[in-house]
Each structure stands twice: as C-alpha cells, then as structure tokens.
Design a protein around this ligand. Structure first.
Ligand code: PXP
Length: 250
C-alpha cells in the first residue's frame, strides 16, 4: 500500500481575482473553508513580497479560522521569516521569487543559495514549522536539500506539465523520468517528497502513481475550473483523479 497522498489547495488566485476589483470578494478564506469541506487536506498560500495576491491579513485570518494544515509559501527573506514565525503555519515552502515573473518559474538555487537557505530552514524548524524546499527534479538539488537540513522538498512539475500541454511526448516522458528519479532519491534519502506547479486532472492522476510523493499542491487549474463547474466540484474531481492514479502505483 503506498502512503496516502495529500491535496494542498493553493488559493492565491482567489485573491488575485479579489484584488482585480480592490474589494472584498471573492474571499480567499471562504475558498479555503470550501476547499477543506470538498476534501482538501490542507491550504497553501504564497505571501509574495509585492502582495500581488495573498496579503498579510489573509494569512492571519486563514490561520485563525482553519484547523487543517496551512502551508505558507515564502521567499527566504528576513521579512517573510518574521511573518512566518509570528503566524506559525504548519509548514513553509521556500520558493524563489522574482518581481517580474508571472508565477514561480523555476526551483530554488539550492546549490548557490546553500549557505543563505540553511539558517532559514533551521530557524523555521526550531519553531516547529515543517520546511520544504521547492526545487527542480535533479539529483544535485536533492543532495543540497539534504545538506541544508530540509525535512521535505517540493518537486517543480512545471516543465513536465508544459511538455504534456504541448503534446510533446518525448519531452514529457523525459521530464516524467526526471520526476520519478528525483522522488525515488528523496525517498531513499529520507526526505519527504511533495510536488506541484501546473498540475491539472490528467497530470495529477499520472503523478499520483509515484508512491514516494505524499503531497500535491495545486492552485491555478482549480481556480480556473471553478469558473465553469464550481470550486467544490473541481476539488472533488481533482481528489478523484489523484485517487485513481494512486490506485495503480508504479
Ligand atoms: N507549489 C509551489 C511551490 C508554487 O509556487 C505554486 C504556484 O504558486 C504551486 C505549487 C501551485 O501551482 P499552480 O498554481 O500552477 O497549481
């Protein structure tokens, strides 16, 4: 029996929509509560330096209102560290952040950033926060994550999802093989393995077959689907896709 697979629903883009009008709706907290009722195991939100979607107050309200795990995505900066230590989420995922990017385009530079990241992981860990590093599916990145002392990693699935969307079968296969090898190495190293970025029903079903992966974080596709079928239905359909993949582990 493979380990259970958790679904973390990223609600950033509910806040993106709210901010487009500058008012109070749609409320990301309402989305978080609905996501949990629909079967999500936790809520993920990224407080970006430019506060383009989730804001400080959203994080506070969500942490105060939900009992399920909150996964705080953050850049490794002193300001974000202070906020995370004050909010005390269940988990934190350290991500790279560039002001000009539309989304998190690549994994952390864990090799070059090794000495910068290590004290962040240690300090968050001392506060009881489980830290994951968002990395590319590469051997060197996993070895660096181990040396940094991270208890978890999140594999960036963006390159694979793009190859699937482009219907480039050869590239998709190559990218999936990288994810498989990285998940296997993480498992052997004793690092908890998560994955996310760009997942839809189809790719979520496929990656759920990798038994070493215990958590998927999914946002944009679910919020997009919510426009057409509702957030509750989109999350239930995603959960079913994950369960269908998990039923046939590799
Ligand atoms: N995981 C991490 C670390 C991310 O930065 C993001 C995007 O915010 C996601 C997962 C979710 O990606 P998507 O919104 O494409 O599902």
């Amino acid at each position: 029996m493979p380990a259970p697979l958790r679904l973390g629903v990223n609600i950033d883009h509910v806040a993106t929509l709210r901010n487009a009008r500058g008012g109070a709706v749609p409320d990301p907290l309402r989305a978080a509560e609905l996501a949990l009722a629909a079967g999500a195991d936790g809520i993920t939100a990224h407080l970006r330096e430019d506060r383009r979607h989730i804001r400080d107050d959203d994080m506070l309200r969500i942490k105060a209102a939900i009992r399920a795990p909150l996964n705080f995505e953050m850049a490794a900066t002193e300001q974000m560290l202070d906020i995370a230590l004050a909010i005390k989420p269940h988990a934190a995922c350290l991500v790279p952040e560039r002001r000009t990017e539309r989304t998190t385009e690549g994994g952390l530079d864990v090799l070059g950033g090794h000495d910068h990241l290590k004290p962040f992981v240690a300090e968050l860990g001392r506060a009881g926060i489980i830290v994951a590093l968002f990395i590319e599916p590469e051997r060197e990145a996993i070895e660096a994550a181990r040396s940094i002392g991270a208890p978890a990693i999140e594999l960036h699935t963006g390159a694979w999802c793009n190859a699937v969307l482009d219907t480039n079968e050869a590239r998709a296969e190559q990218e999936f093989a990288r994810l498989r090898a990285a998940a296997t190495l993480a498992f052997e190293t004793g690092i908890e393995c998560h994955a996310g970025h760009g997942l839809d029903y189809e790719t979520a079903r496929s990656i759920s077959r990798l038994p070493q992966i215990v958590e998927l974080n999914i946002g944009h596709f679910l919020v997009a689907e919510a426009i057409f079928i509702g957030l509750d239905a989109a999350i239930r359909k995603m959960r079913a896709a994950m369960d269908a993949g998990r039923a046939y582990p590799e």
